[in-house]
Design a protein around this ligand. Sequence first.
Ligand SMILES: *[C@@H]1O[C@H](CO)[C@@H](O)[C@H](O)[C@H]1NC(C)=O
Ligand SMILES: *[C@@H]1O[C@H](CO)[C@@H](O)[C@H](O)[C@H]1NC(C)=O
Ligand SMILES: *[C@@H]1O[C@H](CO)[C@@H](O)[C@H](O)[C@H]1NC(C)=O
Length: 318
Amino acid sequence: MGNAFLQMLWTLVLAVLLSTSSGEDATLLKEERGTMDGSVSQHYANLGAPQVILFCPISGNTSAAQWFLNGKAVPEAARKDGSLILRNVTLAQSGEYSCRDSEAGLPLRRIHLKLGYPPEKPDVRCWSASYPAASCNWALPTETHLPTVFFSTYRHGLEGQEYECILSVAEANFCSIPNIQMFTIDPYVLNVTAANPLGSATRLFPIFLEQILKPDPPEAVTVSPIRGEKKKLLLEWKPPLSWRFPEYFPLKYTIRYWREGSHGRKSIRPTEQTSFVLTGIRSGATYYVQVAAKDFLDNGEYSAWSSPASGTAWSDGS
Ligand SMILES: *[C@@H]1O[C@H](CO)[C@@H](O)[C@H](O)[C@H]1NC(C)=O
Ligand SMILES: *[C@@H]1O[C@H](CO)[C@@H](O)[C@H](O)[C@H]1NC(C)=O
Ligand SMILES: *[C@@H]1O[C@H](CO)[C@@H](O)[C@H](O)[C@H]1NC(C)=O
């Protein structure tokens, strides 16, 4: 009973002592609380930097400063003023550094050291699956190891008004331009700027719609027998749905086909129609057909091949 009372009394006395401790102790306690409530300062540095200096806010005997990385004592000794120098830093040296006053047994500062590179100019690629829109994506040539954000804008010519190139929500490295004038002398210029805590880099990329045009593959390709025709096949397809104005900007199509089991592929010269009758077909054999599309005026590139469709010519039995 007496012991329990004494214990309670001591707890009270200690609490009063702590709350009225001297100014310096109060600062240290505040620092400690600062480190304990999770406030960690961020420090960014270049990988391979010849030296990175981390300061320790130690007062009094500075040779009592001790440094830890992720809770383990660092091999480097603290300098006279308590700071830590890291040389030729590598990724393994990133992490949470803390400085302690070993005499007072107090944590003084926590620093999250993040190492990486400033971004390089992004590599940009643009394409258009239909007049008059374009899409672009980009990638960084080297990994930065740091969170990097992108800004994408474009303008028509050097003096034109600046517009936002609309980023899709899902990907931070893809944007689209809804409306590009064709056959213009001044190019559209896309500005893709990459930025992270160590720096930023801008790529200016000229866009000529006529050059980057590449339709999506034709759709709904079918291969059908023609009644009474043992050596012919009817091929039909549709322009890609993404090609928005086939009536104003027609497409031309090229076809390739092969007989099942044979390696040779034959192709048909371009046509503007969306159907074609293949002749010289071997009866009973299965034929595979693919179609690709290109702008009728020959701007840009051919689409990728459509997925193959197959069929067999009409026979007496069918
Ligand atoms: C300062 O701290 C170091 C390391 O803890 C100790 O060896 C040294 O005696 C201290 N100096 C004074 C003046 O307290
Ligand atoms: C750091 O790199 C420089 C240049 O490559 C070299 O001369 C130096 O010895 C290196 N220092 C350490 C501590 O590795
Ligand atoms: C490119 O974009 C960045 C970020 O939006 C901007 O700071 C920079 O001035 C632009 N550069 C040009 C040449 O438009």
